[in-house]
Write a protein that binds this ligand. Sequence first.
Ligand SMILES: N[C@@H](CCC(=O)N[C@@H](CS)C(=O)NCC(=O)O)C(=O)O
Length: 257
Amino acid sequence: MGVRSALVARESSWRSLSGGGKKLIKMAEAKEVKLHGFWASPYCFVVHHALKLKGVAFESVEEDLENKSESLLKLNPIHNKVPVLVVDGKPLAESLVIFEFIEEMWKEPPLLPEDPYKKAKVRFWADFFYKKLLPTVYVMGECEDEAQQKAAKEFKEHMSTLESGIQKDLPSDGPFINGDKPGLLDLIVGSWSGVFRVDAELVGMAELVEKEKVPLLHSCIASFSDHEVTKDLVVPHEKLLNHVRALREKALASAPK
Ligand SMILES: N[C@@H](CCC(=O)N[C@@H](CS)C(=O)NCC(=O)O)C(=O)O
């Protein structure tokens, strides 16, 4: 094969991998990818896993959230939070916004369904998770007594709503919510599963995600920690527990008496 035909063959195999000439250019343009994150942040894990699953090479930049760097404040001047993804010097904040960018930029493997209605349903349940479920996770971590127990009860109710909603809108044979491979909802639920275990301990329950009550979400979490790509980011339970306890002490000390 001559040089020219070798180049053409390589280009066309890239094209078929990435689905077209335009995408080939985009991929070739994306030279430097940096993820500013924090070791205990599930929001950052979602982005990390999406990049890993798509085989994108990136550098992780660990941020100190107690003493935020000038660069983080510059990269995310609106929220001052991680994750921030920087692609060729251009920053993007907010985990779900970053996820959509990654999904658009690096097509393979897709982490959202192709069907527009199903895609919208995945986004609906992701939004439900962020808006309805996560507030109860924070209350369990930061409050005591009645407020904490109430949040644990609400958490379980929302998990049941999520389970039945997904079963109805996005039926699959598992073991992931997305079927045999993880998708966005798996990344979200799997990324938060360590915090769920920590919160269970804080509220004095053996488990917050019960196999009998939410079998699909339970199966997603188990498969996530076994999967060849996503298992790389399992934070040791004691380490996360100590971190959440320290945040809890701070929140309790500053709560109005
Ligand atoms: N809505 C944001 C939330 C990100 C977030 O809360 N990040 C936390 C780490 S888990 C953070 O940077 N906290 C620093 C602060 O609140 O000052 C997202 O989805 O990315």
